[in-house]
Write a protein that binds this ligand. Structure first.
Ligand SMILES: Nc1ncnc2c1ncn2[C@@H]1O[C@H](COP(=O)(O)OP(=O)(O)O)[C@@H](O)[C@H]1O
Ligand SMILES: [Mg+2]
Length: 353
């Protein structure tokens, strides 16, 4: 695809009609608005994160983009095609990965699943081999290529699913929670791989997640959705600036040390050689890391991002978001920003495998 939008979503809504019990016999029809008045564009070659808490409407959006759900309102175009009407035509140009489901054949060794896909998509033999060799190397599949899918660990299976989604050289790849349930090492491998795919092949990638660290490590642009409505569309740095709050630098020193004194940070906890430093979420961590490394015996560090629940609460109550409108927030969330609060999640993993 040339430059310009490959995904166009205009005023899209999706309402599910559910029947629920109302009294002993009677049942009533209830409309559930999973997605409301959604509008955004994605250009060829972009890597976009679709962030929101459980039940926000992320999967519903992805299913409409693939064409397996028909919008109740609005208009979608993907590669200038209408996904629900031209689903088969579009399928060859898409790769899809659902983190909680596998598209692989449960009883077959991974290698045989791949070979079936080669035949289904009629992938030329040379191209197939080239891709397979590359993915086997990048995702380190060699040791379990001949293992039946049912015997794979979740991390191995996800790497297999990624390969399966990409063998036919799709232009656009949708991933629905690709890191959910993965261990730290597998998460890092998946994140590094997707980033490389986007940079080196120019593949357009849209991924849903409720993990802020996925966004931090992969996505220059983020869409935030809650209760079916888009609350933010822009750069991660601008999201941080808008929501305020704090991030936390977790610093491991060579030995126990008095509280670190670096301007712009605040020590919130000390545990032996480990210290937690809060800093404004809108600021870059780089100069703080440099200052710590310069003056203290630094061994290791990681950054803790605020959890999605905290971001949503701040975003939808800050009153400055353009499209959020009437969104209500769910539940109360500790937004103190302290390292020990449940509002903070661990980013742990390294940027690349
Ligand atoms: N097939 C369906 N029938 C009825 N309600 C649904 C269906 N699929 C999703 N929903 C509802 O739509 C809302 C959004 O769900 P979903 O898109 O799966 O959210 P997310 O992927 O962000 O967790 C939720 O309230 C969910 O219960
Ligand atoms: Mg989902």
């Amino acid at each position: 695809m040339g430059p310009g939008p490959v995904i166009e979503v205009d005023g899209v809504g999706k309402t599910f009609v559910v029947r629920r019990r109302a009294g002993r016999v009677r049942r009533e029809r209830v409309d559930v608005a999973a997605v409301s008045d959604l509008t955004f564009r994605v250009d060829a070659g972009e890597m976009v994160g679709y962030l929101g808490p459980n039940g926000a409407g992320k999967s519903t959006t992805i299913k409409m983009l693939i064409g397996i759900l028909v919008p109740s309102a609005g208009r979608i175009r993907v590669c200038s095609l209408d996904p629900s009407r031209q689903r088969t035509e579009l399928a060859r140009r898409l790769g899809v990965v659902f983190g909680q489901r596998t598209t692989l054949w449960w009883d077959l060794p991974l290698r045989d699943s791949f070979d079936l896909l080669r035949r289904i998509y009629r992938i030329p033999a040379g191209r197939y081999q080239e891709n397979l060799d590359q993915f086997v190397e990048l995702l380190q599949l060699a040791s379990f290529l001949d293992t039946p899918v049912r015997q794979l660990s979740l991390g191995q299976r996800m790497r297999g699913d990624l390969t399966a989604a990409l063998l036919h050289d799709p232009e656009i790849v949708y991933l629905d929670e690709p890191t959910i349930g993965l261990d730290v090492v597998s998460k890092a491998a998946v994140r590094g791989f997707l980033t490389a795919l986007n940079r080196e092949r120019g593949t357009t990638i849209m991924l849903t997640t409720h993990d802020m660290t996925d966004i931090e490590q992969m996505c220059p642009r983020v869409l935030v959705i809650d209760h079916g409505r888009l609350g933010f569309d822009g750069r991660l740095a601008d999201l941080r600036a808008q929501i305020g709050g704090e991030r936390v630098l977790v610093v491991d020193l060579a030995e126990p040390w008095p509280p670190i004194d670096v301007a712009g940070t605040r020590v919130v906890e000390v545990d032996g050689p480990r210290q937690w430093l809060a800093f404004p979420a809108g600021e870059s961590a780089a100069p703080l890391v440099a200052a710590v490394a310069d003056r203290y015996p630094l061994v290791d560090l990681s950054i803790r991002e605020p959890a999605i629940e905290e971001i949503i609460t701040r975003l939808y109550t800050s009153g400055t978001s353009g499209t959020a409108g009437s969104v209500s927030t769910s539940g109360s969330v500790n937004s103190s920003g302290a390292a020990s609060s449940p509002g903070i999640v661990d980013s742990s993993g390294a940027r690349n495998p």
